[in-house]
Design a protein around this ligand. Structure first.
Ligand code: ZN
Length: 146
């Protein structure tokens, strides 16, 4: 494992270099001072997602959802709860598939909610359907080392 990790800021998308030992201390962005590991899952659009996939040295779990999707709205608080349990090992984000429709075909999304775990720019695993916090955490732990 490298000592310094590249972490994209969820607020301004600046690429930060953070010593691995400092991750648990909740580092902030060098450019805009936002939390690099916010408590709540952060919103992405496709351009932002691309930067995270390109730059990030830690895994990113993305919840693909939409407002009209009841199970997605039901899952949101559980996704947020799972995020708190997995920080700072994995960051959690949300992407509105209605606002950003090109992601649907790009990631071959056939139904939502859908969570996709990315690491080093690649899809590691995906799970369709609403999942509770415990289910999300144990699923992520199957795919993330350490
Ligand atoms: Zn920033």
């Amino acid at each position: 494992m490298t000592d310094t990790l590249h972490i994209t800021c969820p607020a301004c998308q600046a690429k930060n270099r953070i010593p691995a030992a400092k991750l648990a201390a909740r580092p902030t962005c060098g450019a805009c001072k936002a939390q690099l590991f916010p408590d709540a899952p952060f919103e992405l659009d496709e351009a932002k997602l691309n930067k995270h996939l390109k730059n990030d040295d830690i895994p990113l779990l993305v919840d693909f959802w939409a407002h009209w999707c009841g199970p997605c709205r039901m899952m949101a608080p559980m996704f947020a709860e799972a995020s708190k349990q997995m920080l700072p090992k994995v960051r959690f984000a949300k992407l509105d598939t209605e606002q950003h429709q090109t992601v649907g075909s790009r990631f071959q999304i056939r139904g939502i909610p859908l969570i996709i775990l990315f690491d080093k720019g690649k899809e590691v695993a995906r799970q369709p359907g609403a999942t509770d916090a415990r289910g999300i955490v144990s699923w992520v732990r199957q795919h993330v080392k350490g």
